[in-house]
Design a protein around this ligand. Structure first.
Ligand SMILES: C[S@@+](CC[C@H](N)C(=O)[O-])C[C@H]1O[C@@H](n2cnc3c(N)ncnc32)[C@H](O)[C@@H]1O
Length: 293
């Protein structure tokens, strides 16, 4: 398995606990309320990664569920099915592995999961949306451009398809008042929405754009903050991951040599604070549940 996919898997696994804690309960309840009384659901998960949405929801949603994962990295999807099989087995489910699918059975619960290796931007060509009840997407919309999102959001509105989207990046902060924090966080955010071959990703503007777009179309939008709180010893690995991402981006986000020296000093001191268990990082996201009846 290539290193990038492996690194990404390790990162997803590490994040899971913080993702679960961050989920906005008001938004989640609005989603449960919407589907109350239904006994079967077909759910499409965009940029499904290692299957964290499914792992979090499969015992919370109705007893019959059909999940369709759309993920561009095949190896990540293979890992997701293995991970879900292992976790379901621990919870007493019968687990049946297919080539690109998984079935989980326990008493009256029947859950199927299949994956499609493609870009979720091609959603309409990949899935029959008339047979889908819910579209889900976590930590992906900030990676795409506004116009890519509009194309996509318009289809959901037209099909009257509910959308549950969580972990839309808004901002980050450290528990210090060092002016360098502000400088390097801003540089990192500019890097996240740097021009790429497909345009400029929405980055930190993503939550505002999403809410604004759906409200203007008169959809019902329940939204609220979801926050990663990376504090103390248990969050050391996560904090190191975040700093590693910033360091990996540094050549593209900093041009001047002098500023690069300052960045290196800054990141070294942050790493020392992690080892001393005094660094806390807060990453603020927004969760949204959108319906259009
Ligand atoms: C930050 S991860 C989030 C994964 C997962 N939704 C979660 O919350 O754990 C983003 C995922 O989206 C996938 N991805 C990004 N752009 C995509 C696209 N256009 N089509 C399909 N997958 C995409 C990446 O490969 C990665 O697995």
């Amino acid at each position: 398995m290539e290193t990038a996919a492996l690194a990404s898997i390790h990162w997803h696994d590490e994040r899971f606990k913080y993702d679960c804690e961050a989920r906005n309960q008001k938004v989640e309840q609005a989603c449960f309320h919407h589907f109350f009384g239904k006994n079967e659901m077909t759910i499409v998960d965009l940029g499904s990664g290692t299957g964290s949405n499914c792992l979090y929801f499969f015992e919370k949603f109705p007893s019959n569920q059909n999940w369709i994962f759309i993920e561009q990295e095949e190896k990540v999807s293979q890992y997701a099915l293995n991970r879900l099989g292992i976790e379901a087995d621990k919870r007493g489910y019968e687990v049946i592995h297919g080539e690109r699918s998984l079935a989980l059975k326990k008493e009256d619960r029947n859950i199927t999961i299949e994956y499609i290796t493609d870009s979720f931007l091609n959603l309409v060509d990949l899935v029959d949306l008339d047979n889908v009840d819910l579209v889900m997407a976590s930590a992906v919309f900030d990676l795409i451009t506004f116009s890519q999102f509009v194309d996509f959001g318009s289809v959901l509105l037209e099909k009257k398809l509910p959308l549950l989207t969580t972990l839309n990046y808004a901002e980050m902060d450290f528990n210090s008042d060092s002016p360098s924090d502000v400088v390097f966080i801003e540089k990192y955010e500019s890097f996240m929405n740097r021009p790429q071959e497909f345009g400029k990703a929405m980055g930190k503007k993503c939550p505002r754009i999403l809410v604004d777009f759906f409200q203007k179309q008169e959809a019902t939008v329940e939204y609220g903050p979801s926050i990663w709180k990376l504090e103390g010893e248990s969050a050391q690995v996560m904090n190191h991951h975040l700093l590693n991402f910033m360091e990996a981006a540094s050549n593209q986000m900093i041009e001047e040599e002098e500023e690069m020296m300052l960045f290196k000093d800054w990141i070294t001191s942050k790493r020392e604070s992690i080892e001393d268990e005094v660094l806390s990082t807060y990453v603020q996201y927004y969760d949204l549940f959108v319906t259009n009846n």
